[in-house]
Design a protein around this ligand. Structure first.
Ligand SMILES: N[C@@H](CCC(=O)N[C@@H](CS)C(=O)NCC(=O)O)C(=O)O
Length: 199
């Protein structure tokens, strides 16, 4: 398999974390691709021009990150990152959606801040920041264990919290949440996280 990724993309990081947690990293060739400066490589695999994109051994191109994560989860039985059915399945997928939504909002703030001042939208930035604050509260209330086998919702949550710390540290989402800081530190020590720190 080939994974098109960039080292700073949190969505791609989630996929790489999942690949390592599933013991699949050896089967995946990592191809660095910056969607902003090198769109051709990415477009061949994803018409949206975004990373991550995975091309399976059969040549099937998959995107976006939740689809890739679900595909990887089916390739080997253990550890199961997405429960097969029932409410447990929907809760894990919902948590992933919330964590990914935090990423969407955070990325929109980061991109807006990079625009010339006259083109920025403080209103949009504020709206995104409020969505992040509300969602972080919900994610923080449902962290679960930081050790042993984690599910996809927990892995996506840890990736999102790390991205906030990386790109929007002044937001200080961990303020007043000692338990969250402790949980993030614990998860951050997993090999899948230390090997994928954004650079
Ligand atoms: N929903 C997508 C989001 C992927 C995404 O936005 N990736 C960014 C990099 S962090 C990208 O490739 N952006 C290029 C663009 O928007 O043109 C996923 O989960 O894979």
């Amino acid at each position: 398999m080939k994974l098109y990724y960039s080292t700073t993309s949190p969505y791609a990081r989630k996929v790489r974390v999942v690949a390592m947690e599933k013991g699949l990293a050896e089967r995946i060739e990592l191809v660095t691709a910056n969607p902003w400066t090198d769109p051709a490589a990415v477009l061949a695999a994803n018409p949206l021009g975004k990373v991550p994109a995975l091309v399976s051994d059969e040549g099937l191109a998959l995107y976006d990150s939740p689809v890739i994560c679900e595909y990887l989860d089916t390739l080997v039985e253990e550890p199961r990152l997405i429960p097969a059915n029932g409410n447990a399945r929907w809760q894990v997928l919902r948590t992933q959606a919330l964590a990914d939504g935090v990423l969407d909002a955070a990325v929109s703030v980061v991109l807006d801040r990079r625009r010339p001042e006259a083109e920025r939208s403080i209103v949009s930035q504020e709206r995104a920041s409020e969505a992040i604050r509300r969602s972080v509260q919900v994610l923080a209330a449902n962290l679960g264990t930081a050790r042993g086998s984690l599910d996809l919702g927990q892995l996506a949550t840890a990736v999102a919290f790390d991205y906030l710390q990386f790109r929007l540290p002044e937001m200080d989402f961990g303020a007043g949440h000692a338990a969250v800081r402790h949980w993030c530190a614990e998860v951050g020590r997993r090999p899948s996280f230390t090997a994928t720190v954004p650079i």
